[in-house]
Design a protein around this ligand. Sequence first.
Ligand SMILES: Cc1cc2nc3c(=O)[nH]c(=O)nc-3n(C[C@H](O)[C@H](O)[C@H](O)COP(=O)(O)O)c2cc1C
Length: 251
Amino acid sequence: MSEYVYHLAKKHHSVRKFKSEPLTRETVGKLIEAGQMASTSSYLQTTTVIGVEDEAKKLALKEVSGQPYVVDNGYLLVFVIDYNRHSIVNEQQSSDMTTSFQSVEGLLVGTVDASLMAQNIALTAEDMGYGIVYLGSLRNDVERVREILDLPEYTFPLFGMALGVPADDENGSPKPRLPLEHVFHVDTYNNDRETHRQQLADYDQIVSDYYNERTQGKRTETWSEQVANFMSSKQRLEMDQWLKNAGFNKE
Ligand SMILES: Cc1cc2nc3c(=O)[nH]c(=O)nc-3n(C[C@H](O)[C@H](O)[C@H](O)COP(=O)(O)O)c2cc1C
């Protein structure tokens, strides 16, 4: 038994600064193949990945995300939930599948499939020595992303991923995660709120110390502060309409 992948996974941190060394098409192809071998709900294969190579398109996507590494990277991928191919099968098989891909379950299936594929790609890329960062920021304006990438009905851009060789001064490091016992429960959900409160308080201190050390005292926020700040700013409330416009969530 090898613990190689365990150690690889434990080393992960998001990389947001890359050398200007583009990945070759051959490397990208291998990454996509590795991604495709992720498990896929009912063998439905509901993901399409778009490699964005056109500089103008990358710039337009950067406008949506507001993040420079959407342009400055070795390669840019966009993960798309894709039932367009199923709509072709639907026509050819004269079946009636539309309710399935317009349903909330269809949306969940597509979301899970794309995420599993992406994480296979992320781990494979990290094993090859590349860094990655996911880009949920592309959902700041789903309509615009659909326009830029010419996405048809029954497709939805879920997130992007920037990849590349980490810059020499890229100074990220693995961020501490919640304690194991907080996220792993056995047989029943442990809803002892006092225990949870204590675990979160201890974790807050760990995260604050981590930022303090990493930024020489410029940042000292706790995990709870970060989460409260993020989750109290109402974000992307148009999502339901954007999903419906793409043919999803119409049940
Ligand atoms: C679906 C998803 C979307 C994300 N979107 C962004 C993003 O738009 N911009 C960004 O800088 N990081 C993004 N991230 C990275 C997270 O901020 C990062 O994974 C988290 O802070 C933990 O840090 P780590 O990956 O270095 O361990 C995203 C991560 C995921 C899983």
